[in-house]
Design a protein around this ligand. Structure first.
Ligand code: FES
Length: 372
């Protein structure tokens, strides 16, 4: 279980803990004990990579064993994972494809992103024995205890929370019905096909459809009738989920996909939960420039009005803390002391001094003062 600590005699022995605490700072303690075991730490949530497996053409699954400081999390939630790459710390959010089990391990399945420093490092350099830092779990897309009929709509690496959600649904008795529609460009990009196949054979109330957008001839598949070849649209949903008005819908994938899923289902479905990665394509008028004054670093920079603030600051060499980059983990939050910001997804504007701003999904609509 998650709460079972790694076998760390330093941390679990109370008298020794007191003695050590009086001699070392937590940082010094971490430095010295990490030479004995890299996941031993006074207080930092860490996890060691204990296995890696190819999940698809461009995805790798890493199995992680956390230390005792890691917080429990639910299927469908995300956690921030931090690694040091060439001396710099990078953080990205992942929704585990398996939550901690009896052996106290969980998995993340990482898609290699073109130009993605972190995902490429996890693919090419992260090895068994390496230690990653974990953040607190976050996210609302957990299994409903109100509705028993679910529709899961996944695109690309948005599939990862649904494997753990389906395992959670099984653990809770596999009641009601689950329909998963999973979009990928080609068959070779599909993850977890064997797992889904085993689950559908066991549970007749679980239905899985694979939707390919750039291929029409899946090879060696036992269930070719479960392949479809169209993007998300109303008539497809009407055909595959005729009882949508009795179901709760979950969608995870690129922002445009989740928005489309929301638009097509929200009015009929009982409820809708969406989690998007990346921001919709943003067009901003780069001719209109605003000043961003950063009080902690005592700098003023000029950025385009309407440009996502996190990306704009990074483009100028600043490194504000960030995690999910999609507005749900709060890692990037800061206080706005003056000025007008705009929520990139909802276009809502905020003029209030002293309000909190998530800079990954906010843009400046006037000169701003931020406590960064
Ligand atoms: S980085 Fe997660 S909310 Fe901004």
């Amino acid at each position: 279980m998650w709460g079972h600590a790694l076998n760390n005699p330093f941390i679990q022995n109370a008298p020794l803990q007191t003695l050590v605490q009086s001699v070392f700072s937590p940082t010094a303690f971490d430095f010295w004990v990490s030479h004995l075991n890299p996941t031993w730490s006074w207080q930092r949530p860490l996890a060691r990579i204990v296995a890696r497996q190819i999940a698809s053409q461009d995805c790798v699954t890493l199995t992680l064993k956390p230390n005792r400081h890691a917080q429990p999390f639910l299927a469908g939630q995300h956690i921030n994972i931090t690694a040091e790459i060439n001396g710099a710390r990078f953080t990205r959010s992942y929704s585990p494809s398996m939550v901690p089990n009896q052996a106290n391990v969980f998995t993340i399945t990482v898609k290699r992103m073109s130009g993605g420093k972190f995902s490429n490092w996890l693919h090419e350099h992260a090895k068994i024995g390496d230690v990653l830092e974990l953040g607190a779990p976050f996210g609302e897309m957990t299994l409903s205890n109100v509705y028993q009929k679910h529709v899961f709509l996944a695109a690309g690496s948005g599939i990862t929370p649904f494997l753990s959600l389906i395992h959670e649904w099984v653990a809770q008795g596999a009641l009601g019905e689950v329909t998963l529609i999973y979009w990928a460009k080609t068959q070779t990009e599909l993850c977890f096909v064997e797992a889904f196949s085993a689950l559908t054979q066991k549970y007749s109330n679980l239905h899985v459809y694979y939707a390919l957008t750039q291929e029409q001839t899946p090879q060696n598949f036992q269930t070719p009738n479960h392949f479809i070849y169209e993007r998300i649209n109303q008539s497809l949903l009407d055909t595959l989920v005729p009882d949508l008005n009795q179901r709760v819908v979950y969608s995870c994938g690129p922002a445009a996909f989740v928005e489309q899923a929301r638009r097509l289902t929200q009015e009929q479905a009982k409820d809708f939960y969406g989690e998007a990665f990346g921001l919709p394509l943003i067009t901003h008028d780069s001719t209109e420039q605003v000043n961003i004054h950063l009080t902690k670093s005592n700098r003023t920079i000029r950025v385009a009005s309407g440009e996502p603030l996190l990306a704009a600051l990074e483009a100028q060499g600043l490194k504000p803390e960030s995690g999910c980059r999609m507005g749900i983990c709060n890692t990037c939050v800061c206080t706005k002391q003056a000025g007008t910001t705009e929520h990139i997804l909802t276009q809502e504007r905020d003029t209030e001094a002293g309000s909190s701003v998530r800079i990954c999904i906010s843009s400046a609509r006037s000169d701003l003062t931020l406590d960064l």
